[in-house]
Write a protein that binds this ligand. Sequence first.
Ligand code: NAP
Length: 334
Amino acid sequence: MNKTILLNNRPKGKPSESDFKFVDEETKDLPSGAIIVATKYVSVDPYLRGRMRDEKSYIPPFELGKPITSTIVAEVLESKNDAFSKGDNVTGMLPWKEKQVISEDKLKEIRKVDGEQAPLSAYLGILGMTGLTAFFGLTDIGKPKEGETIVVSGAAGAVGSVVGQIAKIRGLKVVGIAGTDEKVEMLTSDFGFDEGINYKTTDNMKEALKKACPNGIDIYFDNVGGDISDAVLFHINKFARIINCGAIAVYNETSVPKSISVQPFLIKNSALMQGFIVGNYQDRFPEGIKQLSQWLAAGKLKHEETIVEGFKNIPQAFIDLFDGKNKGKMVVKV
Ligand code: NAP
């Protein structure tokens, strides 16, 4: 028997354990051309919350009573396909199952990863979706220039911590916003940010940003949306670039969130605000992975992760993202 995790309810507000259901299913026989894999690491990501809503988006919603999927690293247990051997490690968007058969037609959606080159969990973080999000969002939309000031929200998380470090490599002044003093300390001591702001203890975010960014803000890498992002708008410079990567502060809202009007800020500063999805850069992933790997090997990027142990803890690890329990990438080790 083999455990799998289904979407039990569409969450109302913050997800809870009862929104997920564990079921046992029989392990299927291996058809010709297929492989069977055992899950080793599971990525839990804020964007999965959006897929739990029955809404049109850039990716179809999860179906009720069907397995949740996310990026997984798994080990090949048995192969009836010449391209894969027992013991290979692979990654891809796969259902939350302890073990699974991947049929021949689906094998093009997974790729091998090398555990010698980097820890396997890194392929879910710095060398995976979140690292690539940081890299392409910042370099392609942010177009960072030496001497500029960047503010990063969600700064101690998977995407934010990499954005800030890349911005330092590019010679920017980097200010990060995060939700605990420990995380703020980590921004400067571990990731080399210039300053950090704890949004939960700062009474006046507008003032805190003014103090931290005396020359104004040239780039805002927005992982959270909501009030924090409203406050940033008051300090943007002429030709500022605002990168809308995520809006976790509003993912659990049950009504349309209220926000200030962004248009006057953009108009008077000739500023750009652009949303993006990392999948837009799929054709350029090899370029991103190559650069991130080089920086990692050279010690220019630090790779922080929070590893939760146990298949049964996948839902809770996902829920904990909304309480800021992770530092760096949240990953479950099965
Ligand atoms: P993450 O930052 O590692 O984890 C989520 C963090 O969000 C938490 O640790 C928490 O840190 C913070 N948070 C939770 N609730 C918050 C709130 N109400 N206000 C402010 N901060 C809050 O997650 P990630 O994977 O790196 O993703 C970061 C953002 O990027 C998410 O919004 C995600 O959806 C988005 N994203 C977008 C793409 C894309 O293609 N556009 C790809 C990947 C991720 P604190 O302790 O600081 O509160």
